[in-house]
Structures are given as structure tokens and as C-alpha cells.
Design a binder for this molecule. Structure first.
Ligand SMILES: Nc1ncnc2c1ncn2[C@@H]1O[C@H](COP(=O)(O)OP(=O)(O)O)[C@@H](O)[C@H]1O
Ligand SMILES: [Mg+2]
Length: 238
């Protein structure tokens, strides 16, 4: 039984989350419109330069293209920020982690294979149902697999395991990538921490927010040169 004080505190936190997500959504919208105008105008400028072979035109085209790259970065950061803000807002229903995993693996496989990354699911067929927000759980999986692929520029493999441990359902994502040193491991869940140029640094903080909103836990083991394992455990439905 949950004591009323805890219930109240949880309600307050939920209301705060919703307000923050709404604010973030509004802000992102306000930024996105002018940003897309800037992008469109850059595109038009680039078109006007077409066919002009002068040095000046080429110099301007280079600058336009670097501005276009910055616009794309800003858009990505905006999307990651929105995802982060929304990660605490759950729409709970009965779900099976195996289904989410199988769906996503099917979707990711062509891209992974083209990057020499092999996806290897090992699913426990007796996995209990979990109360979850399916689209957020998929988002968590997406963020973790993206990081794994980015950590394997020369290819490798990702093992995706599900299993039961006591009253928990466990998901493991194990890559054979470059791994993390102690300093990176200590900071990886901090908002805006990234070792990649152009990285938002919001991927893992979003994953953690999603897992914790589900009353679950996330643990990481990683060694430079060896690879990385993320273990997520969620309470199973009785
Ligand atoms: N699977 C992984 N292998 C190696 N390093 C990782 C892995 N996942 C995350 N990291 C490290 O954690 C940092 C933060 O990850 P994340 O929050 O997703 O932000 P981003 O991907 O934008 O850098 C990454 O920049 C990287 O240094
Ligand atoms: Mg990432």
C-alpha cells in the first residue's frame, strides 16, 4: 500500500513534469518556425549562386553550406530536447518488451547491416507483461542502439537480450564498440554531456528519465576497447 503522502508527492511531480513538457514544447515550436525560415532562405541563396563559377560565389556557397549544417544541428538538438522533456509523461498500457524489440530490430536491421553491425536478439519467450509506455520504451531502445552503432564505426555486433530476474523484467543491450573510460562513464547520464561533435548529450539522460518514470533501473558496464552493456530492469506485472 502506498501512503497518501507519497501519492500526493507523485501527483505533484507528475503535474510539474506535464507543465515542463508543455513549456518545452512551446519553446521548441517558437524556435522551429524561424529556424525553418532561415533554412529555406539559405536554400534559395544557394540556388541563386548555382552556375556562378567565380571565387566569390564559391566562397559564399561554402559559408551557406556551413550555415545549413548548423541549422540541421539546431533542429536535432531541438528534437532531442523535446524528447527529453516528454520522457516523464507516460501513457501506460500492458506491453511486452519482446514485441518492441522484435519490431525495432526489423526496422533497424537494413541500416545496421549497411554499417557492418550485426543485431542479435536473444528473447525469453516466457517474458511477463510490463506496464509501460510503448512508444517511450521504443525511444529508449532507439537511443541506446544509436549510441551503440556510433561506438562501432568499423562494425561489430549488438546483442539484445530479454530475461526474467525475480519480479523484474530485464533488457540488456551489449555492443562490441569502443567502450567508455571512467570519466565518460561518470558523466554519461548528465544532460548535454557528449564526446561526439554535434552530439546533443541528451540521449542517455532521456533513456534514464524514461526508465525511472517506469520505476525501473538502468545500469551500465563499459570498458575501453571492449564494449558496453546497458542493463534495464522493470517491475513485471503480477
Ligand atoms: N554504447 C556506447 N559506447 C560507447 N560510448 C557511449 C555509448 N553510449 C553512450 N556513450 C558515451 O556517452 C555519451 C553520451 O551519450 P548520449 O547521452 O546519447 O549523447 P550523444 O550521443 O549525443 O553524445 C556519448 O557521447 C558517448 O561518449
Ligand atoms: Mg546518443
Amino acid at each position: 500500500m502506498e501512503i497518501p503522502d507519497e501519492q500526493l508527492e507523485r501527483k505533484r511531480l507528475q503535474a510539474e513534469n506535464t507543465e515542463l513538457a508543455t513549456l518545452a514544447g512551446g519553446l521548441a515550436h517558437e524556435i522551429r518556425n524561424p529556424l525553418s525560415t532561415i533554412g529555406m532562405n539559405l536554400e534559395l541563396l544557394a540556388e541563386e549562386m548555382e552556375g556562378d563559377d567565380s571565387q566569390r560565389a564559391r566562397r559564399m556557397l561554402r559559408r551557406i553550406s556551413s550555415l545549413q549544417g548548423e541549422c540541421r544541428n539546431l533542429e536535432e538538438i531541438l528534437n532531442a530536447f523535446l524528447q527529453f522533456a516528454r520522457a516523464g509523461e507516460l501513457h501506460l498500457e500492458d506491453g511486452n518488451l519482446n514485441t518492441i524489440l522484435t519490431d525495432y530490430v526489423g526496422f533497424l536491421e537494413p541500416q545496421a547491416n549497411s554499417m557492418e553491425v550485426e543485431l542479435r536478439p536473444h528473447l525469453d519467450t516466457d517474458l511477463p507483461v510490463v506496464m509501460m509506455d510503448r512508444s517511450l520504451m521504443r525511444q529508449a531502445l532507439v537511443n541506446l542502439c544509436r549510441n551503440a552503432i556510433e561506438a562501432m564505426p568499423d562494425g561489430g555486433s549488438i546483442d539484445l537480450l530479454t530475461r526474467t530476474r525475480g519480479d523484474q523484467v530485464v533488457l540488456e543491450i551489449i555492443d562490441t564498440g569502443k567502450g567508455m573510460d571512467e570519466k565518460t562513464r561518470a558523466q554519461m547520464f548528465q544532460a548535454f554531456f557528449s564526446t561526439r561533435s554535434g552530439g546533443s548529450g541528451l540521449g542517455l539522460p532521456t533513456v534514464r528519465r524514461i526508465v525511472e518514470a517506469h520505476h525501473g533501473q538502468i545500469v551500465c558496464e563499459s570498458e575501453p576497447g571492449k564494449g558496453t552493456r546497458f542493463t534495464i530492469s522493470l517491475p513485471a506485472q503480477r
